[in-house]
Design a binder for this molecule. Structure first.
Ligand SMILES: N[C@@H](CCC(=O)N[C@@H](CS)C(=O)NCC(=O)O)C(=O)O
Length: 224
């Protein structure tokens, strides 16, 4: 049995969607962010980096969103092109771009105190959002997207779009989903995916979690 260590509307949402879409049986374990449990000794035994998500597996814990997605895709069909499939290289490129570049800059946007000194936060926000808008434009132009048969890349991207629209509270005016029409179509399409509906119920994500997101109202835990 796999156990997803999660907090509502955190990066663990990407993994919940992938597990749901691939029909992988799993349990979930809340990481209590309000109590800073991600930094506690018990959670650091699962993920020494103290970040959410982590997936407990018979092979030991796996952490980092992209690593978990690839680990799952190696074991369950439908999440990624097969190792020898045409387009596998492009798919890997854009998955890793999403993780290493887009998601990394989202972290910089959401945790400004870790990235910019006091007094420089407005400039940091402006520069970071400019970079993120460029990343999204590149993804919109080039990423191999399959809205009708979504896999790891599509689920990762729609979560990133959701977070751009919601976080940080009061600092989302820069974001315009309509500026990236392929990503917008993907978000609209995945709003109604069965795995998204199940995740929305579990984490309180509302009726259009990707194309018109509202702040999470989770039945347990908190997003921040
Ligand atoms: N590179 C990590 C980033 C994960 C990440 O930033 N998780 C956030 C929640 S969305 C987190 O753990 N935040 C709490 C913290 O950093 O204290 C990954 O891909 O898993």
């Amino acid at each position: 049995m796999l156990t997803l260590h999660y907090a509502p509307d955190n990066a663990s949402l990407v993994i919940r969607l992938a597990l749901g879409a691939a029909g992988v049986p799993h349990a979930t374990q809340l990481v209590d962010r309000a109590a800073g449990a991600q930094h506690g000794a018990a959670y650091r035994r699962i993920n020494p980096a103290g970040r959410i998500p982590a997936l407990a597996t018979p092979d030991g814990p796996v952490f980092e969103t992209a690593a978990i997605l690839l680990w799952l895709a190696e074991r369950h069909a439908g999440l990624a092109p097969a190792a020898q499939a045409r387009g596998r290289g492009a798919w890997l490129s854009w998955l890793l771009f999403t993780a290493n570049t887009l998601h990394a800059d989202l972290r910089a946007l959401f945790y400004p105190a870790l990235y910019a000194p006091d007094g420089a936060q407005a400039a940091h926000h402006a520069l970071t959002t400019r970079r993120i808008a460029r990343h999204l434009a590149l993804l919109d132009a080039h990423a191999p997207l399959a809205p009708a048969a979504p896999g790891a890349l599509e689920f990762y991207l729609v979560c990133c779009l959701r977070w751009c629209a919601l976080y940080p509270a009061g600092g989302t005016g820069w974001f315009d989903l309509a500026a990236t029409p392929r990503l917008e179509a993907l978000a609209r399409s995945l709003d109604d995916h069965p795995a998204a509906r199940a995740a929305a119920r579990a984490e309180g994500l509302g009726p259009a979690p990707f194309s018109a997101p509202a702040p999470a109202t989770p039945p347990e835990g908190s997003a921040t």
